[in-house]
Design a protein around this ligand. Structure first.
Ligand code: ATP
Ligand code: MG
Length: 160
C-alpha cells in the first residue's frame, strides 16, 4: 500500500501474550518482573503485525535493558474508542530531562556511567517513532533520572 504498511486485523490479546512470553527467560535470569495489564475483553487491532510487534519489543527490550536486576517492567494496554494506548513503565535508570527530546533520533544514545556498558545502536526508538506515525499515532516518554521511565505508544488501531 502507499503507507508502506501491510495492515491486517489481528487478535490483540494473542499479540501481547506473545510479547510477554518472548522475554520470560531473560526476565527470570535477571530476577526482574514483567507484567501485562489488558482490558477485558481485549479488542482486535488493525496493524502491520510485524512492524507493530517490532515496535513493542523495542520498548519492552529497552525497559528491561535499562533497568537493573530485580527491577520491574509493566506493560499496560488501554483502549478508548479507536485509540490504543500502550504504556511500558520501568523502575530503571531513567533519562535526564535535557536528553529526553533527542531519544527518538536515529543513532542517539544517552552517554553516562550507567549506560556505557549497555550495548545498543540507538536505532530502536527511531523505529518505534516511525511505526507509531505510520499507524497515525505517536510515541512519547515521561522519565525521571534514577527513578524510571514510562514510554507511551498510542495509535488509532482498535477495530471498533
Ligand atoms: P538499540 O535499540 O538500537 O539496540 P538503544 O537501546 O541504545 O539501541 P534506543 O532504543 O533508540 O537505542 O534508545 C535510545 C537511548 O535512549 C538509549 O541508548 C538509552 O540511552 C535511552 N533509553 C531508551 N529506553 C530507555 C529506558 N527505558 N530507560 C532509560 N533509558 C532509555
Ligand atoms: Mg533500544
Amino acid at each position: 500500500s502507499s503507507s508502506g504498511l501491510n495492515t491486517q486485523e489481528i487478535d490483540g490479546e494473542v499479540l501481547f501474550r506473545r510479547l510477554v512470553s518472548e522475554y520470560q527467560t531473560e526476565v527470570k535470569n535477571r530476577a526482574q518482573t514483567l507484567t501485562l495489564e489488558m482490558p477485558g475483553p481485549m479488542p482486535r487491532l488493525l496493524v502491520d503485525e510485524v512492524q507493530f510487534y517490532q515496535a513493542l519489543t523495542n520498548l519492552v527490550g529497552n525497559g528491561l535493558k535499562y533497568t537493573p536486576n530485580e527491577g520491574h517492567v509493566a506493560i499496560k494496554v488501554s483502549v478508548d474508542g479507536k485509540l490504543l494506548d500502550v504504556s511500558v513503565k520501568d523502575d530503571g535508570i531513567g533519562i535526564p530531562a535535557d536528553k529526553q527530546d533527542r531519544l527518538f533520533e536515529r543513532f542517539y544514545r544517552v552517554r553516562s556511567s550507567e549506560t556505557s556498558h549497555i550495548p545498543g545502536t540507538g536505532l530502536g526508538l527511531s523505529l518505534v517513532k516511525a511505526v507509531a506515525e505510520a499507524h497515525g499515532g505517536a510515541v512519547w516518554v515521561e522519565s525521571e533520572e534514577k527513578k524510571g521511565s514510562t514510554f507511551h505508544l498510542q495509535a488509532p488501531v482498535v477495530v471498533v
